[in-house]
Design a protein around this ligand. Structure first.
Ligand SMILES: Cc1cc2nc3c(=O)[nH]c(=O)nc-3n(C[C@H](O)[C@H](O)[C@H](O)COP(=O)(O)OP(=O)(O)OC[C@H]3O[C@@H](n4cnc5c(N)ncnc54)[C@H](O)[C@@H]3O)c2cc1C
Length: 389
């Protein structure tokens, strides 16, 4: 065991949720360390090549998600965009109705990762790359320390509060907070970039796995392989990744026309959509669109359907069993159907900003003054309720 270290806040995982959490906590003057097992920020949104920042509007003309959700969307295309660009939103072209493009962009993964890294460093966050959080020790209902493994060996970090932005609720699991897994498990996906015939393209191999309620009346979908993956087992993840590489390679060979054609880049983390999530003090349900929540921390839309708006209750981010642990990103407390809506990038950034802000205000989330949290969020650009729009 190496030396012990102290921080006020540890953010575990540097995907879009972790970046948003670390940024908001550090902007409130807190000393934040961010642990990321890879050597870049952005998680699935960069290392996984999922480079489509899905809409922050409702599809009927209203912007729904604000604050860091809009800031990171704009940052991701600061030096140019790939295929998707919402000129009606960003250039003020035309009206904003259900006929217009939604407020979403496609960005370059490498540029986005570097810009997010610069942003966190400018704001004083200590980024620890190659650092895997492998355990959490709980004393008197709070996480006392995290064990982190990296090239230096194992280090214990003593912290006041923890944001679990691992996407898989790893820290919640280590600290015995209640969690739930994705019942359907994940289908195989194989996204990659290539240059074929001089054309640079993102290939999105592998269809999203619809929640069972949305399969009713639809013809069966053919997936890349029949097997499904929990995303929570080391051996199974390795098998999943090799199957994905195989699919990428075969697809590339089918498209290849000359020796000038190449795979540009492939995912360096497994493409899992839904794995494990916290069982929060409250679980937000699919049919709770347009519902007022007094403790809302922001709003999200539904990327699949124009119209629905969800207020996100603070109580979906934590379970009082572990008082100083809060979750952000694709592992917050929603029902199985809503999970497919809440897992996408803008929603992860919304919960990240709330989790980071809350962790700057308290080390016991069950006693947090929600009005105080909401005031800081609003002061930092977030809109909380549908009637604010
Ligand atoms: C095939 C596919 C297609 C998708 N399409 C879209 C799309 O078009 N648009 C969209 O908006 N969303 C899409 N999504 C969903 C979206 O990309 C992710 O859900 C979202 O980016 C998750 O962000 P996150 O920060 O919660 O988690 P992640 O991006 O998973 O980030 C978690 C980070 O934590 C790190 N980590 C994990 N465990 C540990 C640990 N124990 N210690 C230290 N670090 C750890 C990981 O390396 C990772 O960087 C798609 C997902 C998939 C798989």
């Amino acid at each position: 065991m190496l030396t012990n270290k102290n921080y006020e806040i540890a953010v575990c995982g540097g995907g879009f949720a972790g970046v948003s959490a670390a940024l908001s906590a550090s902007r409130l003057g807190k000393k934040v360390v961010l642990f990321e097992k890879e050597y870049m920020l952005g998680g699935l949104g960069t290392a996984g090549l999922i480079t489509i920042y899905l809409p922050i509007c409702d599809g009927l003309g209203k912007q729904v998600s604000f604050g860091i959700a809009e800031e990171l969307l704009k940052l991701s295309i600061k030096y140019g965009y790939e295929d998707l660009y919402p000129d009606n939103w960003l250039d003020g072209v035309g009206t904003k109705t259900e006929k217009d493009k939604r407020y979403e962009v496609q960005y370059n993964p490498q540029v986005c990762a570097i810009l997010m890294e610069k942003l966190l460093i400018e704001n004083g966050v200590d980024i620890m790359y190659g650092s895997y959080v492998i355990d959490a020790e709980v004393l008197n209902g709070k996480i006392d320390n995290l064990t982190v493994v990296n090239k230096s060996g194992q280090t214990k970090y003593y912290i006041k509060s923890v944001v679990d932005a691992t996407g898989d609720c790893d820290v919640a699991k280590f600290s015995s907070a209640p969690t739930e897994e994705y019942e359907q498990k994940n289908v195989l996906a194989a996204w990659y970039y290539s240059i074929v015939d001089g054309k640079y393209d993102l290939h999105k191999r592998g269809l999203a796995d619809l929640p069972k309620e949305e399969l009713v009346g639809r013809p069966p979908v053919k997936h890349l392989v029949d097997k499904r993956f929990s995303g929570l087992d080391g051996e199974e993840l390795s098998e999943m990744v090799t199957l994905s590489h195989n699919e990428i390679f075969n697809n590339f060979l089918n498209k290849r026309k000359s020796d000038k054609d190449f795979i540009v880049t492939m995912p360096t983390i497994p493409l899992v959509r839904m794995t494990r999530k916290i069982v929060g003090e409250y679980t937000l349900k699919y049919n709770e669109m347009h519902t007022y929540f007094e403790d809302s921390i922001g709003m999200v839309s539904n990327w699949k359907v124009r119209g629905p708006i969800y207020e996100v209750p603070f109580t979906t981010l934590y379970n009082g069993k572990v008082k100083n642990l809060i979750c952000a990103g694709r592992c917050t407390s929603v029902d199985q159907r809503l999970w497919d809506v809440m897992r996408v990038i803008p929603c992860c950034v919304i919960t990240g900003q709330a989790a980071g802000t809350a962790s700057a205000l308290t080390d016991d989330f069950s006693t947090l003054d929600i009005k105080k949290l909401q005031k800081v969020l609003v002061d930092n650009g977030v809109k909380l309720h549908e009637f604010d729009l």
